[in-house]
Design a protein. Structure first.
Length: 158
């Protein structure tokens, strides 16, 4: 997982590179990794080590379990008492492919405020990243997309 700095805010991103793929193919691969790997794992409250995330504080866990946790707009949200990053759903919705190029793709949050939340949540428990099970999903996504040139597909960097 990489960390980049833009205008004083630190962004957490997942960046991976394969040779022989167009930008459109890399976007499809990145979207597949998010929808089939990273986001479902976060919803289940797991870390990048594929184990359970640390428990919530007693007070917050109790509020979430009783359905009393409120989003900033006052609506009842996030009734699952685990660290699933799902109070308002805004963090999960803004996590997308933020940059795509030939042979390279970057995943992260599209909103700066949400990106700061992602950064601090990830400091508590590293959940945003590629786990060992996500690597299997990533390779499956690459096998769905044939290389655009006669080059052999090779994982260069995650």
């Amino acid at each position: 997982m990489a960390s980049t700095q833009r205008r004083g805010v630190q962004y957490k991103v997942v960046r991976f590179e394969f040779r022989g793929y167009t930008a459109q193919q890399m976007e499809a691969i990145g979207s597949g990794l998010l929808t089939r790997g990273i986001l479902p794992r976060i919803r289940m409250g797991q870390t990048v080590m594929d184990g359970p995330a640390p428990p919530l504080s007693d007070r917050y866990r109790k509020l979430k379990a009783e359905g009393k946790a409120r989003s900033p707009d006052g609506k009842q949200r996030g009734t699952n008492p685990i660290r699933d990053w799902f109070l308002t759903g805004r963090l999960m919705r803004s996590t997308k492919v933020i940059e795509k190029r030939d042979n390279q793709c970057t995943l992260g949050a599209t909103d700066a405020t949400i990106n700061a939340r992602l950064f601090f949540n990830n400091r508590r428990a590293r959940q945003f990243g590629v786990s060992t099970k996500d690597r299997v999903v990533l390779l499956e996504e690459f096998h769905k997309q044939p290389p655009s040139v006669q080059a052999r597909a090779k994982l260069v960097r995650i």
